[in-house]
Structures are given as structure tokens and as C-alpha cells.
Ligand binder design. Structure first.
Ligand code: TXA
Ligand code: MG
Length: 340
């Protein structure tokens, strides 16, 4: 299949481009589109066959459920059977935005979307292209991140194409995504609500609205065919192709590897100083969690493309403001075989 790429304005999306992408979605096709977090790979959530194409294109295990994107709270009624008061409070505060709410699934939503589970993850994205697309299609849109399963999430159209060119119908290229890390996933089907994936919205912001939540993410998957509590939390989920390690004292580790003759990609925290030399590629990320998060995946894609023997990442401090960044780094560093 030839993958079409259409450039689109991220603030004022051209109506013709949005209409073309909505047509593809209504015709059971796959469209990659920018959100405020990362690029998503969308399909009509109500069409079983369309959703099956997402799993095929990504090589995603059927046990890993998808997030369904809606344009409004009203549209949640098409995919979820319940809308508890805490959901209403959170949506009023954070939607549209990078907060995904796990709710009881609507019986009409195809089982493939939720990996056979009884719950559905819903979010309303705060990006003009994503919102415009959902509205124009008139459908809830199932959309995981637009990367091959277990690989680094895409924050630019070129990252999407690197993984999925020839496997999907269309990419709407709206430039870099502003947030850079995925949404926070919060399970509202248990009490207190459980943080399943740290993300752009911090736990403390959520607690300011609904009180205490359970912060400890669940561990690992489950036995048999049942969907894991949060399958995306399996250890190795955000993995670059090059072996990656996170260390507190990265400068000395880089030197050690260089002395051993390895070609190293170094993801340093500013200020690291200019350390580029033959066989050493240094990228410096800002020492501010939000700015760091916005650039992390693009930096990993860049270092990966240089094909060093090892990527060394300076581990940011163990503070709550770095929770989402440290979560993604830990997964990127997890050794192969520890999950899918
Ligand atoms: O920011 C984001 O959330 C991006 C953009 C495209 O919206 N999407 C995204 O989707 O990151 P994905 O599929 O890469 O990650 C979805 C996460 C996974 O960890 C998945 O296991 C979890 O949400 N999830 C989905 N449905 C679930 C459910 N019913 N119960 C528990 N976890 C669920
Ligand atoms: Mg993903």
C-alpha cells in the first residue's frame, strides 16, 4: 500500500485535509495524526475490521487494549457504559487534554478494542487536528501511538513513516507534537482510582480535583488470555533498537565505554558541555521536566538513527516532577525478554 502524506496546519487545520482523512477513517482505513502528546494511529473504534488493521500494522499483541479518542464528554456514551461523578470532575478540569480515563465498556464497542476486557480507556485530545478529525469523521477513534509495537513513540510525521510507511493509508503531518510524552492513564473502575501510566498530567494535579489516588503502577501482565491490568505497563515497551542504559553518573560511564572502544550516543542533561568527537554523539536535553519530556522521543529517534553501539542516558532526579520521564526511561532501558 502507498502511504499518503498530507501537510496540515496544527493550529488551523485545512478543512480539505481533515475531510480527506475523515473519509479514510469512515472507509475503514488507518490515519496517523498528531495529538498534543504523540502521533496516534487511528481507526473507527466501532468497526472491528478497521481496528484489526491497527493491530496488524503495529504488530501489537491482541492482549493490549487501545485508547478511544472522543471529541466531547457526550461522545463517551458511545463507548462507555458508565460515567461516574469523578469522571465528570476530571473531564471538566483536564479535557480536552492528556488524561485517559478507564471506564466500564459499552456493550456495542467491539471487544477487539479493549482486548476482550470489560473496561475502555477514553480520552479527548487537545490538538486542533485530532479534534477536527474526530468531529469530521463523526466517530470515536481508536488510536494507539503510531509506532511499531515496543518501539519509541513518534513525535513527528517522519518517525511515523520510519515505522509504518507502506502499512497505513494516510499520515497527517502537523509538525512536532508539543507534549512529547503520552497521556496519563487513570483507572476509574476501582476505588480509589489507580494510576496505570504516569504521563503529562501529574498525580498531584489529579488529586487536587478528586482526592487520593493509588499511585503505584500495577506490575507486569496476567496469566492466560485475560488482558493485563495495564498491558502497556509491561517492562519493555518504549524501546529503541540500540541497547540503552540510564545512569546517575553518565559522564564517567560514557568515558568507560569509549575507552572500551564502543561508539556511544549520550543523552545528557544540560549543562553537559560539548563532548562530540569521533564515535561519540552527544545530545543535551533541558533540565526542566516538561521541556525534557517534549524532546525525549525525538532525541532517542535521532540517536537511534546514528546507530551507536550503546545509548547512555543521564538519569534525571528521583522527584515527582520527573515521574513520567523516568518511567519511559526505565522501560527503554529494560532488557529484552521482559515483556512484549
Ligand atoms: O497520549 C496517548 O495516550 C497516545 C495518544 C495517541 O493519544 N496514545 C497512546 O496509546 O499512548 P498506546 O496504545 O500507545 O497506550 C495506551 C495505554 C497502554 O498502556 C494500554 O495498555 C492502556 O493505555 N490501556 C488501554 N486501554 C486500557 C484499559 N481498558 N485498561 C487499562 N489500560 C488500558
Ligand atoms: Mg504506545
Amino acid at each position: 500500500m502507498k502511504t499518503e502524506v498530507i501537510a496540515i496546519d496544527s493550529r488551523r487545520p485545512q478543512a480539505a485535509a481533515v475531510a480527506r482523512a475523515a473519509d479514510v477513517l469512515r472507509g475503514a482505513g488507518l490515519v496517523a495524526f498528531p495529538t498534543e502528546t504523540v502521533y496516534g494511529l487511528g481507526a473507527n473504534a466501532l468497526d472491528r475490521a478497521a481496528v484489526a488493521k491497527i493491530f496488524a500494522a503495529k504488530g501489537r499483541p491482541a492482549t493490549n487494549p487501545l485508547i478511544v479518542h472522543v471529541s466531547s464528554v457526550e461522545q463517551v456514551a458511545e463507548i462507555a457504559a458508565s460515567w461516574p461523578p469523578v469522571a465528570q470532575l476530571l473531564a471538566e478540569r483536564f479535557w480536552p487534554g492528556p488524561l485517559t480515563l478507564v471506564l466500564e465498556k459499552h456493550p456495542n464497542l467491539p471487544d477487539i478494542v479493549t482486548a476482550g476486557g470489560k473496561t475502555v480507556a477514553a480520552r479527548s485530545p487537545a490538538h486542533a487536528v485530532a479534534q477536527g478529525l474526530i468531529r469530521a469523521a463523526g466517530l470515536p477513534i481508536a488510536a494507539p501511538s503510531a509506532n511499531l509495537s515496543t518501539r519509541v513513540s513518534p513525535t513527528r510525521a517522519e518517525h511515523v513513516l520510519r515505522d509504518l510507511d507502506g502499512k497505513i493509508d494516510l499520515v497527517l503531518d502537523g509538525g512536532p507534537t508539543p507534549g512529547g510524552l503520552e497521556s496519563t492513564v487513570l483507572d476509574l473502575t476501582s476505588s480509589p482510582p489507580v494510576l496505570l501510566r504516569p504521563g503529562l498530567i501529574a498525580p498531584i494535579e489529579i488529586e487536587a480535583v478528586i482526592g487520593r489516588i493509588q499511585r503505584r503502577p500495577p506490575v507486569g501482565g496476567t496469566a492466560g488470555d485475560a488482558p493485563a491490568r495495564s498491558p502497556g505497563m509491561l517492562a519493555r515497551h518504549y524501546a529503541p533498537c540500540v541497547p540503552l542504559e540510564c545512569v546517575a553518573e553518565s559522564r564517567s560511564r560514557v568515558k568507560q565505554l569509549r575507552d572500551a572502544g564502543l561508539r556511544v550516543g549520550w543523552l545528557a542533561l544540560a549543562p553537559a558541555g560539548n563532548m562530540n568527537e569521533c564515535g561519540l554523539f552527544t545530545l543535551e536535553l533541558p533540565a526542566d521536566p516538561a521541556a525534557y519530556g517534549a524532546q525525549l522521543y525525538a532525541a532517542l529517534h535521532t540517536l537511534e538513527a546514528l546507530a551507536p553501539d550503546r545509548i547512555v542516558v543521564e538519569l534525571p532526579p528521583d522527584e515527582e516532577s520527573w515521574l513520567a520521564v523516568r518511567d519511559r526511561l526505565r522501560r527503554a532501558a529494560a532488557s529484552a525478554g521482559q515483556g512484549t
